[in-house]
Write a protein that binds this ligand. Structure first.
Ligand SMILES: Nc1nc2c(ncn2[C@@H]2O[C@H](COP(=O)(O)OP(=O)(O)O)[C@@H](O)[C@H]2O)c(=O)[nH]1
Ligand SMILES: [Mg+2]
Length: 345
């Protein structure tokens, strides 16, 4: 109990000091317990997110960084500054109509004598304003919640679904995944592999089976075994769009017949690496009723990250999550403030 030798006394002292300094929540000298500072912890997480977002957006940030440095050095008038900012926005793939909207608002709000820093602040506010137009909460707090992922092949549906599964598994939810993309055998296998990796059960059907019947079976298991979250992966073949849309509607109907108010979330997965073309990808899917938001995949390593702004602006849907890599941890909840700040700082 009591340290007998000098050596033991030394180690105990080191250990106590270490606890005291680095382990809030553990016992310290005198037996008192340090309260856990959740606010501080959240703040750290926020900084971490901002840091990793900045790193992943490096390519897109270049368009602004170089222009900003030039604008700080030179003494350009308001119109010239706005012209330069418009050029940077277009280069970052913000798109013409959203760029015009942003520049128009800055022009209205700025005085000729405003410093570049003031104009830059207004730019950031305008971007945040566009990005936070639609509610971005994620409605999965029911005893049984269902999330459906839709979007074209290769957009990142299956990977993004696995990221969500991992995220909620880490939060202590019991998760079930269903591979309702029966059109390609490989697509189902891909989800089965994710299931093995993450230790999350996967329901799949026969190759070519009716995806709605696979969804029906999944809902039965989901209810019988009282899972809390069901994630539904769907097909994304683009050449037979009407069929695909009917198929998605049918899956949705089967789900809502079995569980009231479900699916609570239907996310359209869009590939940010193709920038403005993501809007073309979205065209057919936007007709599909009940979309609740966007999962924007592949924001890492692209110079077209500014497209997020026009995607929200034109599709009139919130971005709820972003994908920043191929691993299960490479996902962030979307924060308009963090995004704008990472883009412009
Ligand atoms: N770099 C990167 N690659 C991603 C991301 N999300 C998905 N991918 C990759 O994009 C490819 C297509 O993804 P997949 O989930 O199969 O798309 P699906 O056909 O819509 O289901 C795969 O090679 C994924 O690893 C991301 O956020 N960043
Ligand atoms: Mg897939």
């Amino acid at each position: 109990m009591f340290p007998s030798s000098r050596k033991e006394r030394f180690f105990q002292k080191q250990f106590t000091t270490w606890n005291f300094l680095y382990k809030p929540g553990l016992r310290i000298r005198g037996g008192a317990k340090r309260p856990f500072d959740f606010k501080k912890r959240e703040k750290y997480n926020d900084c971490d997110m901002l840091g990793s977002l900045k790193e992943k957006l490096a390519e897109t940030r270049k368009a602004f960084k170089e222009k900003f440095e030039e604008l700080i050095r030179s003494a350009k008038d308001l119109e010239e500054t706005l012209e330069d900012l418009a050029e940077s926005l277009i280069l970052a793939d913000v798109g013409l109509s959203s760029t015009e909207k942003i520049i128009g608002s800055i022009r209205e709000k700025s005085k000729k004598t405003d410093s570049f820093q003031t104009i830059k602040k207004t730019l950031e506010e305008e971007i945040v304003k566009i990005l936070s137009q639609y509610p971005s909460s994620f409605d999965v707090d029911h005893s049984q919640s269902v999330v459906m992922m839709v979007g074209i092949n290769g957009g990142g549906k299956t990977t993004s679904l696995a990221k969500l599964a991992y995220h909620f598994q880490q939060k202590g939810r019991s998760v079930l995944m269903v591979a309702a993309d029966t059109f390609r055998a490989a697509a189902q296998e891909q989800l089965v592999l994710w299931g093995k990796k993450l230790n999350i059960p996967v329901i799949k059907g026969q190759y070519g089976a009716d995806p709605a019947s696979v969804a029906f079976d999944a809902i039965q298991s989901f209810k019988a075994r009282s899972y809390q979250l069901l994630l539904v992966d769907t097909a994304g073949r683009i050449h037979t769009n009407t069929n695909l849309m009917n198929e998605l509607e049918k899956i949705k109907r089967v789900i809502s017949k079995q569980i009231e108010d479900a699916p609570q979330e239907i996310l359209l997965v869009l590939d940010a690496s193709i920038g403005q073309n993501a809007l073309i990808q979205a065209q057919e899917f936007i007709k599909f009723s009940g979309l609740t938001g966007i999962f924007l995949s592949k924001l890492d390593g692209t110079a077209k990250g500014g497209s997020v702004i026009s995607i929200v602006d034109e599709l009139k849907l919130p971005v709820k999550f972003i994908g920043i890599g191929e691993g299960e941890k490479d996902m962030l909840s979307f924060s308009p403030h963090n995004f704008a700040s990472a883009l412009l700082s």
